[in-house]
Design a protein around this ligand. Structure first.
Ligand code: NAD
Length: 431
């Protein structure tokens, strides 16, 4: 039967228009794309539902001798494209619903950049700030032991996320291989270099942001030389994006971190700002620009705006006052869904998060490939391949958006959902 006949009004199921929740915002855009695609109702239900949800109990002997029990989650949203991929976060308020939504986000991100992974996410409900290093290591190892049947280079491949890092990945890999009694580097990505990590991984997300910015400027027939850039957030993604865009000839006029914003119309010396932030942990006390508020940063006179701090920064109120011609979303979910139509009517091009910040997962894929082959690439090779994949993905999203007369964001969702749905339909439903 014609799949159109099965199509349903997805927007009816969408989150309220004024929803400020980034994950609901994401599902709302999913619904819009599904409706445009005329997605079969059964496939729609399939793609909305995670294929596996695991909850484990993690009992730990604390440093003072007490036993404390933590709860751990792993959700595999979809694995039709390949092993599922996604980070693990440690946070006091992580819960199954959040992990489910973040896992779906990973499915679409991997599909947009055409890497052979599905989407997953994991988490442990704990407060790392109140735990010692030994307690965190014990939680990580017990969580991994409980997930032995879930994880695997051909099944599900974790990576760092909020409050987890290279060291956490090293403990996961070590625990996994102790149980297996053999080497298995490719079970996690984001590992230290010495344990099979990839060169270029640390800079990968910022590099992807830079490449997407060049592609977007190109479409607008604007050169990067002298383009004024404002970057919100000065952590891994923000600082590397700023550094690489400066290197390309852009003028970084504003930066910010949790301590506040800094503006210099003549161009900020990013190397100096990075050195200050490394020494002092934040930009507090940095003298290379005039102090501005976060709101002033987002709405300053610039050509390119890179939100690279956190979610929900571009609200309808902010969107109305943005001057940039292009927004490149380094962060996940920086724009609330209700701001999309305002940006669209102002003619601002938005390179959506699932494309703009996918450089990180792309180099995670490279790490997985290198580990499996046991042959490691030079940094130049990693960067070259990353750039090629980001450019190809940008073009594919742009083409889809033009074909359906939609924004790049909805184009990215259409591309991703269509790819996963077609793969699913070609494989067929088992049994
Ligand atoms: P990070 O912790 O290294 O940096 C976050 C930065 O944001 C810090 O400079 C912090 O001071 C700043 N910040 C926090 N609150 C702020 C506020 N209210 N206003 C302005 N700045 C604020 O984190 P990161 O790895 O750079 O990640 C940033 C965003 O990018 C997150 O949304 C993350 O999910 C997303 N992301 C990161 C990666 C990656 O590879 N690191 C990949 C994809 C997406």
């Amino acid at each position: 039967m014609d799949s159109q006949l099965h199509a349903m009004t997805y927007t009816e199921r969408a989150a309220p228009i004024d929803s400020e929740n980034p994950l609901e915002s994401m599902m709302k855009r999913f619904d819009v794309a599904a409706e445009i695609l005329g997605l079969d109702r059964g496939v729609y239900e399939y793609l909305k539902t995670p294929v596996k949800q695991v909850i484990v109990s993690i009992p730990i002997q604390m440093d003072d001798g007490r036993i404390q029990v933590f709860e751990g989650y792993r959700v595999i949203h979809n694995d039709v494209m390949g092993p599922s991929k996604g980070g693990i976060r440690y946070s006091p308020d992580v819960n199954l619903d959040e992990v489910k939504a973040l896992a779906a986000w990973m499915t679409w991100k991997c599909a947009v950049v055409n890497i052979p992974f599905g989407g997953a996410k994991g988490g442990v409900r704990c407060d790392p700030a109140k735990l010692t290093r030994i307690e965190i290591e014990k939680i990580t190892r017990r969580y991994t032991a409980n997930m032995m049947e879930v994880f695997g280079p051909n099944k599900d491949v974790p990576a760092p996320d909020m409050n987890t890092n290279e060291q956490t990945m090293a403990w996961i890999m070590d625990t996994y291989r102790m149980h297996l009694r053999r080497t298995e580097n490719a079970v996690v990505t984001g590992k230290p270099l010495i344990l099979g990590g990839s060169l270029g991984r640390r800079e990968a997300t910022g590099r992807g942001v830079m490449v997407n910015t060049l592609c977007a400027l190109d479409k607008l027939k604007m050169g990067v030389t002298g383009a004024r850039v404002a970057v919100q957030g000065f952590g891994n993604v923000g600082s590397v994006s700023a550094q690489l865009l400066e290197k390309q000839g852009g003028t970084i006029v504003a930066i910010s971190d949790v301590s506040g914003g800094y503006y210099n119309k003549n161009g900020i010396d990013i190397g100096d700002a990075i050195a200050h932030a490394e020494k002092n942990r934040t930009l507090t006390g940095w003298k290379g620009g005039d102090p501005i508020s976060q709101d002033e940063l987002l709405t300053c006179e610039c050509d390119v705006l890179v939100p690279a701090a956190k979610e929900d920064q571009i609200t309808p109120k902010v969107a109305k006052r943005i001057h940039a011609r292009v927004i490149v979303e380094g962060a996940n979910g920086p724009t609330v869904a209700s701001a999309d139509p305002i940006l669209q009517s102002s003619g601002i091009m938005v390179v959506p998060d699932i494309l703009a910040n996918a450089g990180g997962v792309t180099v995670s894929y490279f790490e997985w490939v290198q580990d499996r082959v046991g042959y490691f690439w030079s940094e130049q090779r990693v960067n070259r391949r990353l750039e090629r994949m980001m450019r190809t993905s940008f073009e594919a999203v742009h083409e889809t958006a033009v074909k359906h007369n939609v924004t790049l964001r909805i184009g990215a969702y259409i591309l991703a959902i269509d790819k996963v749905a077609k793969t699913l339909q070609t494989r067929g439903i088992y049994a």
